[in-house]
Design a protein. Structure first.
Length: 278
């Protein structure tokens, strides 16, 4: 991507000086192209001034820096300086100065937004993807150590209890720190659930405990041991078997209801009594 400006003047040198002044650079920092040479008109009328194009090639890192500086200017932060460290397909932009707390935001949310936008602006230029990392006062290094300690602490809890733990929503950079730390801890694993921006990391145990059942309480308040039926134990308190008492012989009782004795009538007697007629 090129940064350029077109200027005019009575002469080529005058046009170039105007262009360099407007861009705030020196002659050695830019290249120029003469678009029109000055022409004198007849009797001094209709003259044409010189026209030049001054341009400089801007890297993706410089494009991101210019974008951030324009934002800081709109925020009234004129004393923020940006130190650039470039490597292959990546640039680290470190902010130094006053008022950095505003640029960091709650848990680095503002800093992450600035990094995301600066990366979009830089990658509008042609070429391979170029990563932009924006840091402020070593905040990312401190945050990374905090996340590593958090991952180790929660892993110990998961291993001890066997229960999974779900962390608060994090950005992709912070989730990568958690996953990288969990990979080095035996007995736990990690995964991500949900959708952006509410995507979370879940830390789970690779050896969850087996389910256990509590011993039942008997009606009298005592405990029932395993192998009992109907609340009666077949074992003694010392681990042996109790001697069972012989049962009494069952003697059936006469449950036939008392029946009244029915007298049988004599068949020799007449069925009807004698009826006397007056």
């Amino acid at each position: 991507m090129n940064r350029e400006i077109i200027a005019t003047g009575r002469t080529v040198d005058e046009a170039l000086d105007k262009a360099y002044e407007q861009m705030g650079i020196s002659r050695d920092e830019a290249q120029f192209e003469i678009l029109d040479l000055p022409k004198k008109g007849f009797l001094g009328l209709g003259s044409t001034p010189a026209k030049v194009r001054v341009y400089i090639e801007i890297s993706k890192a410089q494009c991101a820096v210019d974008y951030l500086q324009s934002i800081f200017h709109q925020m009234g932060l004129e004393n923020v300086q940006i130190d650039v460290t470039e490597s292959e397909n990546c640039a680290n932009l470190t902010l130094n100065g006053e008022g950095l707390g505003v640029l960091i935001g709650r848990r680095g949310e503002t800093l992450d937004a600035l990094q995301y936008l600066a990366g979009l602006v830089a990658n509008r230029m042609e070429g391979d993807y170029y990563r932009i990392v924006v840091d402020s006062g070593n905040y990312r290094e401190k945050r990374e150590k905090t996340l590593e300690n958090l991952a180790k602490k929660l892993s110990s809890q998961v291993i001890r209890t066997g229960r999974s733990v779900t962390l608060e929503p994090m950005n992709p950079y912070e989730r990568r720190v958690i996953h990288a730390t969990i990979q080095g801890i035996e007995g736990v694993t990690s995964s991500s659930i949900g959708e952006e921006p509410s995507r979370r990391v879940v830390i789970s145990s690779t050896n969850p405990p087996k389910k256990t059942y509590n011993r039942e309480r008997s009606a009298e308040g005592g405990e029932r041991s395993r192998g009992t039926r109907g609340g009666r134990s077949g074992r003694s308190g010392r681990g042996g078997y109790e001697k069972r008492q012989p049962r009494e012989k069952y003697v059936p009782q006469d449950v036939t209801p008392n029946r009244t004795k029915v007298e049988v009538e004599d068949d020799s007697k007449p069925l009807y009594s004698k009826i006397e007629i007056d």
